[in-house]
Design a protein around this ligand. Structure first.
Ligand code: DAH
Length: 348
């Protein structure tokens, strides 16, 4: 067979093989077989040395043409195969946008956090700052600077988780009173602060006790702050959380850090004062502790009680949530049962 015939034969075989291959891999095999270093064209070219000098250029030209023809056919087929693969992939991944979607579970703030957020909105609106503080607190701030020296019997009211003798899990958010008074520059105006957060007590959990619950502390210290300001503030809280028409009454009580100390009751939101099972027939609901900040507490935080004074209060969002939603067991808030928690969807 002449060289020309051999080349024509190779070309025909190569084109047929390219036509027949249906994947990138087999196409590559074809390329190696015909155009590779040890491929058929190469071996034909090797035979050129036997040709006469006159024949060689023509044969060389033909060999190049055959090689180019195979190569361009290979490129074309490769592109065609890629398009086929892409089309198959697109067809496979088609999304039917008319199909109904699967619902996505959406989170929401915990019911206690919802109450806290509502209080934050109210107090920020009245010009208070929010200071959360730390759940791990120094004994000095949790007790000492709140007029609760060591061995004071009132410490028994708050069974405490101690980490070391001087570091503890805060039993109340009241330590932020002392911390904020120490930092405040009273020449720039009064201190108005609320401190929401978690607190801890060494209590045995039951329907009304949890070893971890929440408090929102509030304090206003300035000149000419009176108990009437306290009452008005607490009334704003009651009306914001439970309803516009509710009133507040103050009863004498005892807290070491306030003098006088009061317990604040709010009109029962359920019966509006007539008496029902929620308020145990009294028409009032015990809501929170409060009072006028004790001069000792002011002094220990470097505030002159002759010039400045004010009120403080501490309320329990857990208790408020129980009252508001008729939850009978505080432990429900901490079980993380979504069936319980999703009942309190803010968006209703
Ligand atoms: N920290 C108190 C408690 O846990 C609550 C409280 C009462 C806070 C009276 C106050 C206050 O600021 O004035 O029982």
């Amino acid at each position: 067979m002449s060289l020309q015939e051999q080349l024509a034969e190779i070309k025909a075989q190569a084109l047929a093989a390219i036509e027949a291959s249906d994947a990138e891999k087999s196409l590559n095999d074809v390329r190696v077989k015909f155009l590779g270093k040890k491929g058929e064209i190469t071996s034909v070219l090797r035979g050129m040395k036997d040709l006469s000098a006159a024949e060689r250029p023509q044969a060389g030209k033909l060999a190049n043409e055959v090689r180019d023809a195979i190569q361009s056919q290979l490129d074309e087929k490769k592109a065609a195969l890629a398009t086929t693969v892409l089309n198959a992939k697109l067809a496979h991944e088609t999304v039917d946008v008319t199909l109904p979607g699967s619902p996505v579970m959406q989170g929401q703030p915990h019911v206690i956090q919802q109450i806290i957020d509502q209080l934050i909105d109210l107090f920020v609106g009245m010009g208070y700052e929010v200071a959360t503080g730390s759940e791990v607190e120094e004994e000095v701030y949790n007790f000492e600077k709140l007029n609760l020296p060591k061995d004071h019997p009132a410490r028994d009211m708050q069974d405490t988780f101690y980490i070391t003798p001087s570091i503890l899990m805060r039993t109340q958010t009241s330590p932020m009173q002392a911390r904020m008074m120490e930092q405040h520059d009273f020449s720039k105006g009064p201190l108005k602060m609320i401190s929401p957060g978690k607190v801890y007590r060494r209590d045995t959990d039951d329907a009304t006790h949890s070893h971890q619950f929440h408090q929102v502390e509030g304090i206003v210290i300035g000149e000419h702050i009176t108990m009437a300001d306290l009452k008005g503030t607490l009334k704003a809280v009651a009306q914001n959380l439970f309803g516009d028409s509710l009133d507040v009454r103050l009863r004498p009580s005892y807290f070491p850090f306030t003098e006088p100390s009061v317990e604040a009751d709010i009109t029962c939101f359920n019966c509006h004062g007539d008496g029902c099972n929620i308020c145990k027939g009294t028409g009032w609901i015990e809501a929170l502790g409060a009072g006028m900040v004790h001069p000792n507490v002011l002094k220990m935080s470097g505030v002159d009680p002759e010039v400045y004074g004010g009120f403080a209060f501490g309320l329990g969002p857990d208790r408020f949530a129980m009252l508001k939603y008729g939850v009978e067991d505080i432990r429900n808030f901490y079980l993380n049962d979504v069936r319980f928690l999703t009942q309190f969807n803010q968006k209703g």
